[in-house]
Design a protein around this ligand. Sequence first.
Ligand code: TRP
Length: 362
Amino acid sequence: MKNIILTGDRPTGKLHLGHYVGSLKRRVELQNSGKYDKIYIEIADSQAITDNAHNLDKVRENVIEVALDYLACGIDPNKTTIFVQSQIPELCELTFYYLNLVTLSRLERNPTIKEEIKLRNFETSIPAGFLTYPISQAADITLFDANIIPVGDDQLPMIEQTREIVRSFNNLYDNVLVEPKELLPDNEVCSRLPGLDGKAKMSKSLNNCIYLSDEPEVIEKKIMSMFTDPNHLKVEDPGKVEGNPVFIYLDAFCTNEHFKKYLPEYNNLDELKAHYQRGGLGDVKIKRFLNNIIQEELKPIRERRKEYEKNIKEVYKILEEGSLKAREAASIKMKEVKNVMGLNYFEDTTLIEEQVKKYSNN
Ligand code: TRP
C-alpha cells in the first residue's frame, strides 16, 4: 500500500504559532523524511466559505497568506503538492454522493461541529453547507487515497466520520476507498497551544496569537504581556506552572540547548519549573527566555516569507500548478468511484447490450 499524506487549512487568516507547533513544523519534517509516496496540502477555501458565505473577500485574500506561510515554514512545492480546494470540482461531485451515506443526526453529534456552532451563534439557523463540511472533508481525504492525516485533536471527529463513510461506501459498492488514520503531534502540548491570554486556543478572533509573519518587536511585546499565574504577584511568591501559558509554550519549544545559550544557570526546564514553584523566580525572566527561543524559531520563517512576498506571481503559479496536479489525480479517482457506482453509462458496454437485448423483442 502507498503512504499518502493529506492535510489542509482554511484560509481565514494568517497562520500562527499554534498552527506551527500543532502541524506545520511536523509537515515539513514529514516532507523531508522522504518516507512518503505523496504529500498533499490543501488550502480549504471551499470549506472556509461554509461559514463565510457573506465574506468571500476574507477567504479570497487569505489564500495567498496561507500559501506564503507554508512556503515560509519550508513546505517545498517540488516535494509537496499544494492545491486550492475550489479548483478541484471533483471534490464537490464526490461530496454529493457521500451526503447520502450520512444521516443528519450523525452530523449533529460531531463534537467539533457542535462547538463551532456555539462559537458562531449558528444554533437557530445552521447553514446546511456548514453542518455537512465533515462530509466534504471526507471527500478531500479519500479522493487522493490519503491514508495518513496529520492534524490536531480537534480534527479527530472528521477523520472518524471519513472512516465511517469509507466503510459504508466500500460495503455498498466496491472496495475502492482507503481508510485514513490521523497522525497526531507526538508532543501532547503541541496539539493545542493556548492563547497568549491563557484561553484554550490561539484564535484570530480572540486576538491572542503570535503570527508567523509578526515582526520581532511585535513578538517581544506580545510575549512580555502574556498571561501567567495570576497569584504570582511578587517574585518571592510560589508560582504555578500548570495552566501557565508561558510554561506551556516552554514545554512546546524549549530544549536543553536553549538553556545553555540563553539561561545557563539552569540545566533544563524541570529545574526552571522547580524554582518557579518554590518562589523567587520572576515572570519577566522567564518571558525574556521564552522570547529568545521564539525569536530564534521564527526568524528564518519570517525571512523566507519576505523573499516569497517579493514574488507573489510566482506563489500564485505554484498554487496553480499544484491544483492542476491534484486535479489529475482527482479525476482518475473520481472515474474509479463512478465506475463502481455504475455511473458510467456510456462506457459500460455490458449495460448497453443488456438494454438492447431487453428491447430487441418489441
Ligand atoms: N478542517 C480543517 C481545519 O479546520 C481543514 C481541512 C480541510 C483538512 N480539509 C482537510 C484537514 C483534510 C485535514 C484533511 O483545520
